[in-house]
Design a protein around this ligand. Structure first.
Ligand code: XMP
Length: 510
């Protein structure tokens, strides 16, 4: 299959490049600039290379500078920002810190209309710049393709080597015709556009069958999108030889365990529901520290999973729902970002489970996983559900987790989600949930004074959970949710709405 190789020099936008290439139905993978990609090359027909931006200047002594010989000579190369500067530098051009930094919007004042890279591009099109260096002298063989009002070299080519450089960022949203630029580059590379959810599924099924070779596999299901899609996919490949385990930790949303289990059954997934509520709850007794809660829940989960997995005979493989952003994060040039909270994901089982790994969506982004799920016939209820943390409601109950407090929170959360769905607001927010606070406040109901708990509502908009803003839900809507919660749940007499963004807050309260 045709593919594009993306080499990362530490740009914060590299994932965006990959997403656009794939939106054009061309497969691509990201590699750190200095990592050997022979294995990728042996599996795919590499038709072009894209070099990302970077926080470095090519003139820095420690700048990441690739050797020209390590690039496949016969394929077109697109350098973006630093990538463009580095190629110009390697071929004999000059790069200097510009007197005026150029950040933000710019317009392509002139460009070569008849050049395939500019096919369909409007005169004066808006592009996004983010650089402090600029190409002051092009290499001898290069041809200038475009300028903006502030810089001469906004795009160039080296025709003899099929090298193209753009100073702007076609991969970011604010470059109005960014997708067209990438599309044009893919045309220059003569890529076949045949990477679709259906072709991915077909390919994945074959690989899973080959890899398992008649043996059995086990996996943990969480009810979330990734593990559910993976289970459906692996079931297509090996049927009942996949043994899935869905643990009820007692910290799921109201009725969630039963409803998700039923969905799995209706999809033909061979799943065992394991009720371990009591085990989790007794281990959490008296614990109020969020990190300790996470650790305990992680530990009990592994114990339950291991116990169940050991009862299965002849299992050689462990299936996991790892997705591409997790993989990129751990191999990126910049290294894993700082851990603010120790996330416990069902996927990350400890190495003492001595099984070979199968990770069928390891190279997919979340929205691609959803598309694969849709193609596999998973219901929208699973595909569009909000992210839910591994430790579940335990980190939304501030203070001690008890059966009574879980039930209070489940009821409040169910009302909030129910109303969001009724008003068709559910799909407009990234995540929405209720939090049970450890304070009691005074209220009055009828002629009686009450002294009861407070519920906080949290709803955020976000692209990836890394940054988020509080959702501007209509006042009338919030009023209705508040009235229902206080009227319908005994033990709650006050509702507040969280109006902080991330940063400085986080999405969850613990
Ligand atoms: P924060 O609260 O860090 O959340 O802004 C960002 C996203 O991560 C989820 N989250 C978790 N997911 N285990 C998980 O699997 C965890 O311990 C955990 N903590 C937060 C959170 O729900 C949001 O989507």
């Amino acid at each position: 299959m045709d593919a594009i190789l993306i080499l990362d020099f530490g740009s914060q936008y590299t994932q965006l490049i990959a997403r656009i290439v794939r939106e054009h139905r061309v497969y691509c993978e990201i590699f750190p600039w200095n990592v050997d990609y022979d294995e990728f090359r042996s599996r795919y027909n590499i038709k072009g290379i894209i070099l990302s931006g970077s926080p470095y200047s090519v003139n820095d002594s420690e700048a990441p500078i690739i050797r020209l010989e390590s690039l496949i000579p016969s394929v077109p190369i697109l350098g973006i920002c630093y990538g463009a500067q580095m190629m110009a530098y390697l071929l004999g051009g000059k790069i200097k810190a510009s007197e005026k930094r150029e950040y933000g919007r710019a317009r392509l004042a002139t460009f070569s209309y008849d050049h395939p890279l500019f096919d369909g591009i409007e005169p004066g099109t808006q592009v996004w710049m983010s650089h402090s260096d600029t190409i002051v002298e092009l290499p001898p063989e290069a041809r200038l393709l475009s300028s903006t009002e502030s810089i001469r070299v906004a795009a160039y080519e080296v025709p003899s080597r099929r090298i193209y450089g753009v100073q702007f960022h076609p991969e970011v949203y604010h470059t109005s015709q960014g997708k067209t630029f990438i599309h044009n580059f893919l045309n220059i590379c003569q890529c076949k556009r045949d990477w679709t959810p259906a072709s991915f599924i077909e390919d994945a099924i074959q690989k899973i069958r080959q890899q398992t070779n008649g043996k059995h596999a086990v996996m943990a299901l969480s009810g979330g999108v990734d593990s559910s899609v993976v289970a459906a996919l692996v079931t297509r490949a090996i049927g009942d030889r996949l043994h899935s385990i869905f643990v009820n930790n007692g910290l799921l949303r109201k009725n969630e365990f039963d409803s998700v289990l039923n969905t799995y059954h209706s999809l033909g997934i061979n799943v065992k529901g394991v009720d371990a509520c009591h085990e989790f709850l007794s281990a959490l007794h008296g614990i109020t520290d969020p990190e300790q809660k996470r650790k305990i829940i992680g530990r009990i989960f592994y114990e339950v999973f291991e116990r169940e997995a050991k009862q299965l005979k002849d299992v050689d493989f462990l299936v996991q729902g790892t997705i591409y952003p997790d993989v990129i994060e751990s191999v990126s040039v910049a290294g894993p970002s700082q851990t603010i909270k120790s996330h416990h994901n069902v996927g990350g089982l400890p190495s003492r489970i001595n099984l070979k790994l199968i990770e069928p969506v390891r190279y997919l982004f979340k929205d691609e996983v959803r598309k694969v799920g849709k193609e596999l016939g998973l219901p929208d209820g699973i595909l569009n559900r909000h992210p839910f943390p591994g430790p579940g409601l335990a980190i939304r109950i501030i203070g001690e987790v008890t059966k009574e407090r879980i039930e209070l929170l489940q009821e409040a959360d169910a009302i909030f989600i129910d109303e969001l769905k009724k008003e068709e607001l559910y799909d407009q927010v990234w995540q929405a949930f209720a939090v049970l606070l450890p304070v009691q406040t005074v209220g009055v109901m009828g002629d009686e004074r009450t002294y009861e708990s407070v519920i906080a509502l949290r709803a955020v908009t976000s692209r990836d959970g890394m940054t988020a803003d509080w959702a501007r839900l209509p006042n009338e809507f919030l009023a209705r949710v508040s009235t229902r919660i206080v009227n319908e749940i005994k033990g709650i007499n006050r509702v507040v709405y969280d109006i902080t963004s991330k940063p400085p807050s986080t999405i969850e309260w613990e």
